[in-house]
Write a protein that binds this ligand. Structure first.
Ligand SMILES: [Zn+2]
Length: 234
């Protein structure tokens, strides 16, 4: 069945670790690294469960977004954090070569190889969001982010939302919330490289309130996987 899409999962903010060489730069930043500005808590373990259930590969980052943000394009002002922004250009180029480009290239190569084989690719980038940002409470459990001008992405997210609402009971599912899917990010970069006939890029955003406890997190990941499978076959 050549028209069945192949699924790739990625996790750009999976880890809050730092390479040994950059640890001195973050001395005294333990709580910053441990919080939502350091990484997406719960996203990696959720993505792993989804990957296993869906038999999909997962490409996950190894280091904190405070080093360099894998979900920002090279020209974006927030590519580097307050801790790394002032580093000399040569140092930043080295950091990009070691810790930024390899992840993005791995995802892109995976998509390119399947596209060259004539397959359709659905890429789900798994993220989590803080329940309260700058004093404002977010009013959603799950956000599905996509580019509204790409019809395949819009209809996949509609089917996924409907399946989640049916399966998840009281889960509040919103589309293009708390961010817009067409904003700067890895999926937007890939949309520019691959046609809508080949590539659909979705960002799954999960409220960190739902990911704090292992049992609940695992159950949610199972529901997310089952409903995504349902949406993909619809
Ligand atoms: Zn994220």
């Amino acid at each position: 069945m050549p028209d069945v899409p192949v699924l790739l999962l990625s996790c750009e903010h999976a880890s809050n670790r730092l390479p040994r060489e950059y640890r001195p730069l973050f001395r005294g930043c333990r709580s910053l690294l441990a919080g939502h500005r350091g990484y997406d808590p719960g996203a990696l373990s959720c993505a792993r469960v989804m990957g296993r259930r869906l038999r999909a590969p997962l490409i996950a980052s190894a280091y904190s977004r405070l080093l360099v943000d894998l979900n920002r394009s090279p020209a974006h002002p927030a590519l580097f954090s307050a801790r790394t922004r002032a580093l000399p250009p040569e140092e930043k180029r080295r950091m990009l070569a070691r810790y930024y480009h390899p992840h993005r290239a791995r995802v892109e190569r995976w998509v390119a190889s399947r596209a060259a084989a004539g397959r359709r690719i659905v890429h789900v980038a798994v993220h989590s969001f803080t329940p309260v940002l700058d004093g404002v409470a977010r009013r959603a459990d799950i956000g599905l982010l996509y580019d509204p001008s790409r019809r395949a992405e819009a209809s996949l997210c509609r089917r996924w939302r409907d399946a989640l609402r049916e399966a998840g009971g009281e889960l509040t599912v919103r589309r293009n919330y708390p961010y817009r899917g067409a904003s700067d990010g890895l999926t937007r970069h890939l949309r520019a490289r691959f046609s809508p006939a080949r590539y659909a890029g979705i960002e799954l955003e999960i409220n960190q309130n739902l990911l704090r406890r292992g049992g609940a997190r695992e159950r949610l990941a199972v529901v997310l996987a089952a409903t995504l499978k349902q949406a993909l076959s619809g």
